[in-house]
Design a protein around this ligand. Sequence first.
Ligand SMILES: Nc1ncnc2c1ncn2[C@@H]1O[C@H](COP(=O)(O)OP(=O)(O)O)[C@@H](O)[C@H]1O
Ligand SMILES: [Mg+2]
Length: 254
Amino acid sequence: MRRKGSGSMSVKSKWTKTKWLRADRALRRFVPETRRFSRSSLRAMTGRYRTVYFKPTDGTGGSGIARVVRLSPRRFSVKKDMRTFQVSSAGSLYGRLKGIARGRSYLLQKGIALRTSGGRPFDVRMTMQRSGGKWVPSALFVKLGKRNKVVTNYHQGGKLALIEPTLRRSGCSPVQINRYKRRLKTLGRQTARCFDRHSTRFKELGLDVALDRQGRLWILEVNTRPNFNALKSLGDKRLHRTVMRYGRQYGRTR
Ligand SMILES: Nc1ncnc2c1ncn2[C@@H]1O[C@H](COP(=O)(O)OP(=O)(O)O)[C@@H](O)[C@H]1O
Ligand SMILES: [Mg+2]
């Protein structure tokens, strides 16, 4: 665990953070099954789930991520960046993923079918910040993925947008939108409590939450050093101002 100039504790390993979440009784069901990449975990995960995400344990910004889809018991399609290829055995799938990993540690995670809005997949970013002794859900917005990408990140062509119009366009009623917002805030508070049990020096958390097509919420990852800069791309600058205002309380300067 490291403490950076932001005034807040930072943990890079997605494996460590996922284990914390999966060990929390209230949060466990919101975290897609995740395993460390190996020949045997690959076999197990691709057998159990039609779609599996392959993510660098220490990755950020959506880089190095691939999506594996099982087409038949032995045939798989792999998509990374704008490229797709197919393999026709579990062994060659393992070999190709090893090639992508290039010696770095990787995770396998159950793939979630993201909801779409205007034809684009999206997920939600919930920012939690500490103010005084309390955790505050300070910003809630969505990341709309670029078509043809397997990630929605801003640095991969994703676009930030406000949550209400995005959910409305994806077919939600005002009642459903309010219910989602309440559930997201509860999830944010539960996650902050979980991280507090590991260190009281966490001051900010950025949850990436997927909404699937059945209406379930899934925590894809928790960022301990969320990037606030992308919020400047929103026409409405209030969200950026809000997170910066909370950030100054614990010594974040940018
Ligand atoms: N299990 C998953 N199912 C569906 N989409 C996923 C999954 N994991 C990641 N993604 C997509 O990839 C993006 C980046 O993954 P994430 O775990 O947040 O890593 P990073 O640290 O690179 O942002 C997510 O915002 C989401 O769009
Ligand atoms: Mg992310």
